[in-house]
Design a protein around this ligand. Structure first.
Ligand SMILES: Cc1ncc(COP(=O)(O)O)c(C=O)c1O
Length: 233
């Protein structure tokens, strides 16, 4: 279950080299990667089943909860359609136990309109990311390697001086986020599940990551201000 985290696309071709031999199916999480691509293929067409959250903050976000699943496999397609409608494809016929996961029609009409902006917003996100890539020259801020077809749902940097950087951003009214501040084994409800192993890398990254502003509507002068401040500490 690869996750195209931050909108950077996982190289599924490499994973398929292993999974094809063993008949393992791939379900990818595209919730942060709407419109991203690998070679000439968009996410949503790379795996056996692809899942997208359309939560409001996503690159393609509804005005409430929503999500979609894509697949090229007719068997899964019918199964999924069935699951989402309480296990029923025909009125009063329930062939399996399902859920109520139908996409709300109002959300669907909002998404149809917002879909028209996805491509241009993704281009803007890429431009902002390129700007940060080139202009952030502070050695205390480590940049990540995003994939070529990334759509920068988040622009995450790593720093040993997180507290200092946060204070500076706060003082200058620059928003930031943490994706994510806890490693999965540090989440209260999952501690028991992950207690048998140590996760030093994810714990370490959780301590040091900061997400910079990447909204497609950011203005040039705002971006220059952000970079100036990032380079000044
Ligand atoms: C990578 C990823 N997977 C899954 C989810 C969960 O999405 P939802 O809350 O719409 O089920 C999110 C949302 O934050 C996400 O970013």
């Amino acid at each position: 279950m690869p996750v195209h985290l931050y909108g950077s696309v996982v190289d599924i071709k490499k994973i398929k080299k292993i999974t094809n031999k063993k008949k393992i199916y791939i379900i990818d999480d595209c919730s942060q990667a709407h419109g991203a691509y690998l070679d000439n293929k968009r996410v949503g067409s790379l795996a056996d089943i692809s899942c997208f959250s359309l939560y409001p903050g996503k690159n393609l976000g509804a005005y409430g909860d929503a999500g979609i699943i894509t697949t090229n496999n007719l068997y899964y397609y019918n199964k999924i359609k069935n699951f989402r409608n309480l296990g029923s494809t025909k009125k009063f016929v329930h062939t399996q136990v399902g859920f109520n996961s139908r996409l709300d029609t109002i959300q669907a009409s909002i998404l149809i309109e917002k879909l028209k902006l996805l491509h241009s917003n993704n281009i803007k996100r890429r431009k902002i990311a390129k700007f940060y890539d080139l202009k952030i020259i502070n050695k205390k801020i480590k940049k990540l390697n995003y994939s070529i077809g990334a759509v920068y749902h988040q622009y995450v940097v790593i720093t040993e001086k997180k507290k200092k950087l946060i204070d500076l951003l706060d003082r200058n009214n620059i928003q930031y986020g943490f994706h994510y501040p806890k490693s999965i084994n540090q989440i209260e409800s999952l501690k028991n599940v992950f207690s048998r192993q140590k996760y030093p890398n994810s714990e370490n990254l959780a301590k040091k990551c900061i997400s910079l502003p990447i909204d497609p509507n950011l203005k040039k002068n705002e971006l220059f201000k952000i970079v100036k401040i990032l380079n000044s500490f």
